[in-house]
Design a protein around this ligand. Structure first.
Ligand code: SF4
Ligand code: SF4
Length: 156
């Protein structure tokens, strides 16, 4: 659709456009007031929740192996690619030489995360996902938004 760049005389006066905007807003207001259940534009959150598409990027979760240990091999790809620098991993030597490394600690600072999903894309072993379906990441303190490995493993 072409974008209109030139304003005509009436549009340059602004007042007709302001009144037109008020008229549209008023029309929606009174229509919703007279019948709030027909095509409502609001929902009764949190009792009612909007449909979240399965591909929506929600809160992170760490995947587990069959024995319950983290699938993560502490390669640091996610921490390196993260533009917000909110992933901190302390790698340790894994007892199984086939795995080599595992995360002793794996922290995500959710106060800085921008939900870009780069960490998920960068992971070579599908150890981190954002498909938890949890989109509301809120709390009363910054400290409680520092998610450790144990929390991320429990998130489903
Ligand atoms: S979603 Fe983006 S900002 Fe958040 S932890 Fe992953 S890479 Fe970092
Ligand atoms: S990219 Fe995957 S395997 Fe590597 S440190 Fe991050 S979560 Fe672990």
């Amino acid at each position: 659709m072409a974008i209109k760049t030139k304003l005509n005389f009436w549009e340059r006066l602004y007042f007709p456009e302001i009144f037109r905007g008020i008229a549209i807003t008023s029309r929606h207001f009174f229509r919703n007031l007279s019948n709030p259940f027909k095509n409502p534009v609001t929902i009764r959150y949190p009792d009612q929740k909007r449909f979240i598409h399965p591909r929506w990027r929600g809160r992170h979760r760490l995947m587990e192996r069959n024995d319950g240990s983290p699938r993560c091999v502490a390669c640091m790809c996610c921490a390196t690619v993260c533009p917000a620098r909110c992933i901190t991993i302390m790698p340790g030597e894994h007892p199984d030489p086939a795995i080599m490394k595992y995360p002793i600690s794996f922290d995500i600072d959710m106060t800085r995360c921008i939900f870009c999903g780069y960490c998920v894309e960068a992971c070579p072993v599908d150890a981190i996902r954002m498909d938890s379906g949890i989109v509301s990441v809120v709390d009363y303190s910054r400290d409680s938004l520092q998610f450790q490995k144990e929390v991320l493993l429990k998130t489903s």
